[in-house]
Write a protein that binds this ligand. Sequence first.
Ligand code: SF4
Ligand code: SF4
Length: 297
Amino acid sequence: MSNRLAIATVSKVLNFSCVDGPGNRLVIFLQGCNFQCKNCHNPHTIGICDNCGDCVKHCPTGALSMAEDGKGKAQVRWNAEACTHCDTCLAVCPRQSNPKTRQYSIDEMLAMVRKNSLFISGVTVTGGEATLQLNFIIQLFTAIKSAADLKHLSCMIDSNGSLSETGWQKVLPVLDGAMIDLKAWQQETHLWLTGREHHRVFQSIRLLRQHQKLHEVRLLYIPTVTDFQTEVDDVSRYLSALPEETRIRLNAFQHHGVTGEALDWPTCRREELEAFAAQLEQRGVRHIVLPTVVVGN
Ligand code: SF4
Ligand code: SF4
């Protein structure tokens, strides 16, 4: 069994979610991402804080301060009780980061999972890009699966699919399933939208399906921006060849949380998402899941 020395930088923990994998789930949002999606609705989860202190003077309630970390280095401190969640610190941070992250040891996270274990069916690790903190995930999932009172919980990863095959091979023994974002069909669209090529995404999907661990593939529909509709024949051929149990989740682009040029892009209405789902279904794609609520509709 792995030791339990890993520490994770966590931006948020949700005690209950029913949209991040099967059943009710405890969801751990890890800080840091290796994509730069123009449409990111949580851009402050992308960067890692370097304790520059720029945000401290902007906090209207004095919830932020600088303190010594015990090794002679200055570190930003967040006082949760004084925070009004105005998000000014997120807006001024030059590194797309967040002074409100917390470090969790495996034992601290296990205690949180244990506290909720009677009410959840599993744990999902997401981000940012969760797999950038792979050691923590492996140690956490190993500990859950080794504990008599927790081993009934399923362990899932929500990912942009950029992890290498070697990385997936390390986590597969303790992984029950993964949800992978396919952000665009054509290489140049993916590169323009995310700043990264997408061959790893297709590799990840292939590897996970080989191991029966591909729970869901997610497509974000941005009218006139993503290329899923113009490439609907090829996209359908690809999705319809996935295992029957893999869910195809369609999400509708909205402006909530996004910044920059993406604010000028059209949002996706429910009728547009339903029309796209119908096009996929006509071409043989099964198991399509739509959001219950599309904001603004
Ligand atoms: S959150 Fe951003 S602005 Fe604040 S200390 Fe960290 S890097 Fe600097
Ligand atoms: S979100 Fe909280 S910590 Fe950040 S600026 Fe507002 S009050 Fe201060």
